[in-house]
Design a protein around this ligand. Structure first.
Ligand SMILES: Cc1cc2nc3c(=O)[nH]c(=O)nc-3n(C[C@H](O)[C@H](O)[C@H](O)COP(=O)(O)OP(=O)(O)OC[C@H]3O[C@@H](n4cnc5c(N)ncnc54)[C@H](O)[C@@H]3O)c2cc1C
Length: 483
């Protein structure tokens, strides 16, 4: 595995204790915060990022794993958002090739004219990508559709439409962002929670945090503080102003994971319209089949959201109309759910109608909240956030350099990760040894602190097979304690 330098928590903490004024403090280590920290550090700003739990432990490890323009946003007529995301897709395919890869989708069609309609819509999607397209949208006959999607329901199948998007490993991309940011000079640390914002003269003069491993208190001073706490953004804002009105609404999206045998192969299936009018994806994921998502409004952010029985049944029910072998509850190997932070000045709107575009809100002179958006556009969100901070004089104008920046993705590490995961899921003898070895590596190089960090995010076992994750946890715990 990698010969790159490890990351020492002791050193990161020592840097955080230095009595300096940081240019940038970022609160939150998901896609949004890591993107901002990387961009800021790349522009030469002294940058610290503080994450309360583990990197990507919030929404950023619970996505549908698509780097995409968003077919559903096209249906909403949001061409600008789609075009921008397709451009970011091309950059990510080039800058993180070991973690982001093209993925072919097929839409199976069962009604007259459905194929023609889908062909036009997906043709526009493709055209919006222009030269940055991944592959052509094209018709498929009935037999071609069955060949591309072995496992698709054949009764009444008339044909299909194939189009291209990209798939990624969200939690591992977050680690790549963290590692890249640290390599170029940022301090990015997990298990440090911000619990106080001090205001002096109406601006945030100190960000006060607690190392949840030791209880040590840390006080950081910065020219600008970015609030990138996703669905906790309003809680964070209320540390500065307890009466701040909500900027976000929250919705939950759930996924289920089945054996890959339900839809063998490497092509994803897109179901354009579920009974509640949504898009549902069935995607090959680490040799399994992942299906999602739902969209359920929820009142509060929670650290461990999970799919409800109703959502699981809804996804299964939809899948039964499209899969030759109908899955049932007993076939569900794992579920996972993420919370969408949706910027919404009008909280009463139906959540699926609210655009996923991000919002940047500046309060108390130097507290910049960045919320909404999607994984695909994390880089663009960072660019916008830093531009806004510069526009009001919080930071000097400096050029953004992330468009061409290769992220730290080591093919040998990713291969070891996949091998350990596959061996463990197949319950091979060497599986536990490989997982223990990877846990040790992740502790030294990727800031894995707890067993959950390894089974859920450095490896993806927890979202692929809950029983396997429970079996591996004690092995990982022992490996993390080993000197
Ligand atoms: C179900 C679902 C599927 C999705 N699928 C896709 C997809 O396929 N493709 C795509 O592009 N996008 C997708 N998205 C959107 C994407 O996942 C999110 O936009 C993105 O992950 C949000 O990242 P974030 O950093 O803003 O939030 P988060 O990832 O939630 O990060 C916020 C972080 O802040 C930390 N934090 C909170 N409070 C504090 C504090 N006081 N101190 C320090 N840290 C704190 C949290 O621990 C957390 O890690 C999906 C979203 C959902 C919900």
């Amino acid at each position: 595995m990698s010969s790159a330098a490890g990351i020492e928590r002791k050193q990161l903490l020592a840097q955080l204790r230095e009595p300096i004024v940081w240019d940038v403090v970022v609160i939150g280590g998901g896609a949004t915060g890591l993107g901002i920290a990387l961009d800021a550090a790349a522009r030469g700003f002294r940058t610290a990022l503080i994450e309360a739990r583990d990197f990507a432990s919030g929404t950023s490890s619970r996505s549908t794993k698509l780097i995409h323009g968003g077919v559903r946003y096209l249906a909403q007529g949001n061409v600008k958002l789609v075009r921008e995301a397709l451009s970011e897709r091309a950059l990510l395919l080039s800058n993180a090739p070991g973690l982001v890869r093209p993925l072919k989708f097929v839409v199976p069609c069962y009604r007259p004219l459905e194929r023609e309609f889908m062909r036009v819509g997906l043709g526009i999607y493709d055209a919006l990508a222009g030269k940055r397209g991944v592959g052509d949208t094209h018709w498929l006959s009935r037999s071609e559709t069955i060949a591309q999607l072995p496992g698709v329901k054949t009764d009444g199948l008339m044909g299909g439409v194939a189009y291209w998007d990209a798939q990624f490993d969200d939690a591992r991309l977050a680690i790549a962002l963290m590692r890249t940011a640290v390599r170029i000079g940022a301090v990015a640390i997990n298990y440090v929670e911000v619990d106080r914002l001090e205001l002096t003269g109406g601006r945030v003069s100190a960000t006060v945090a607690r190392d949840t491993q030791t209880g040590e208190r840390l006080e950081l001073h910065a020219k600008v503080v970015f609030n990138a706490t996703g669905v906790w953004a309003d809680d964070l804002r209320r540390l500065a102003d307890s009466s701040a009105a909500a900027l976000t609404t929250i919705s939950r999206g759930s996924h289920i994971v089945l054996s890959g045998s339900f839809l063998p192969g490497t092509t994803g299936m897109m179901i354009p319209r579920t009974l509640d009018g949504r898009v549902l994806f069935a995607i090959p994921w680490h040799s399994r089949l992942m299906l999602g998502t739902t969209d359920i409004a929820v009142n509060r952010a929670s650290w461990e959201p999970d799919a409800s029985e109703v959502e699981i049944e809804f996804i299964l029910d939809t899948a039964r109309s499209y899969l030759q072998s109908p899955p049932c509850t007993g076939d569900v190997l794992a579920t996972f759910a993420g919370l969408r932070p949706l910027f919404s000045p009008r909280a009463a709107q139906a959540t699926k109608a609210i655009s996923r575009e991000h919002a940047i809100v500046i309060e108390h002179q130097n507290l910049v909240t960045v919320v909404g958006g999607k994984w695909t556009t994390y880089r663009k969100m960072a660019l916008d956030a830093l531009a806004q901070a510069a526009a009001i004089g919080l930071l000097h104008e400096r050029p953004c350099t992330t468009a061409e920046m290769k992220l730290d993705v080591d093919p040998s590490v990713e291969a070891a990760c996949r091998a350990a995961e596959a061996a463990a899921l197949a319950e091979l003898d060497e599986g536990e040894r490989q997982v223990a070895a990877f846990a040790g590596f992740a502790a030294r190089h990727e800031q894995a602190m707890r067993a959950e960090d390894v089974v859920a995010r450095r490896l993806r076992v927890a979202s692929l097979d809950r029983a396997a994750a429970a079996r591996l946890k004690p092995i990982v715990e022992a490996a993390l304690l080993a000197p």
